[in-house]
Design a protein around this ligand. Structure first.
Ligand code: GUN
Length: 294
């Protein structure tokens, strides 16, 4: 069965619009998300444009702030300081990846935790690990919501996460291990130094592929009846599309789908869920639900 991220994301966005309309009818503040985009990376342009469009559809205010590829780390930190102090903005994101001369760690530490709707600040990562109120990072949160809305039982299952990035693999492994629903899995975190990867992936009841290698996961690596979540999204050249590229996941879908009980497609799986999660986090930020002192 297909886990239809596009459909679930649309449902969530409609639910958010209703809530935003209710806030406005009550004379409350319209949620406002800002995004900083440094440089002109093609994929980042696409993702940020999708986030801005989703905000508008949900009745939010959105601001897109562009800095040139040549902007210094200091320039970005100054812009972030402005946003941290701008009371009209409830939350903001700095789109990754950043140019090589800017430290992503430094940037993650500079965002005000109460406006960190990506959940990347170390304080929010710690709160996530401890199951305290926080903003969950958008992609892992989106996966949790897919599992929840399709009522997939995760307790006691073996979840194998492939990839340990700070924005997907690492937080995903923590979230699936927490004493929550979804969660309560026995988690194995595999990465580029894992020996005999296939021995682990074959044992997964829930397999989460977030390694960034197109069509890497093949049927022989997957257990019959596994739940397969594909986080990969790589642009591959194609002469069959107008844009000149096609999107490939980390899972060879045609090969793996017949063996999986549930599987996410690319596109239309995890990607749209990321956007829904960001909107939920922004709504929470606007309401001061996570940091009550806001
Ligand atoms: N780049 C890829 N995924 C993300 C994300 O969730 N947030 C931000 N800010 N950048 C990203």
């Amino acid at each position: 069965m297909i886990l239809d991220g596009k459909l679930i994301s649309q449902q969530i966005q409609e639910e958010i619009l209703l809530q935003v309309n209710a806030i406005k009818a009550d004379g409350g503040k319209t949620p406002h998300l800002a995004a900083i985009l440094v440089g002109n990376d093609g994929a980042s342009e696409t993702y940020v444009a999708a986030k801005v469009k989703a905000c508008e559809k949900a009745g939010f205010i959105s601001s897109l702030i562009r800095l040139p590829e040549t902007a210094s780390e200091q320039d970005l930190l100054e812009k972030m300081n402005e946003l941290n102090n701008d009371k009209s903005i409830d939350g903001y994101i700095v789109q990754l990846p950043l140019p090589k001369h800017i430290s992503e760690h430094k940037i993650a530490e500079a965002i005000a935790p109460e406006k960190d709707v990506d959940g990347f600040h170390p304080q929010n990562v710690g709160r996530m690990a401890l199951n305290l109120p926080t903003y969950l990072p958008a992609t892992p949160y989106g996966i949790l919501q897919l599992l929840e809305r399709y009522k997939i039982d995760t307790a006691g299952k073996h979840c194998v996460v492939v990839g340990r990035s700070s924005i997907v693999g690492l937080p995903m492994s923590i979230l699936m291990a927490r004493n929550t629903v979804p969660g309560n899995c026995t988690v194995t975190l595999c990465h580029s130094k894992t020996k005999n990867l296939k021995e682990f992936t074959q044992k997964a009841d829930i397999l989460i592929a977030a390694l960034g290698k197109p069509e890497f996961i093949t049927a022989d690596m997957v257990k019959e009846g596994a739940v397969v979540i594909d986080v990969g999204i790589t642009r591959l050249p194609s002469d069959k599309t107008k844009s000149g590229f096609r999107l490939a996941g980390d899972v060879n879908f045609a090969d793996v789908a017949p063996k999986a009980s549930y599987i996410t497609p690319v596109p239309g799986g995890v990607g749209p869920m990321t956007i829904a999660s960001l909107l939920i986090n922004t709504l929470k930020a606007g309401r001061g639900e996570v940091y009550h002192s806001k």
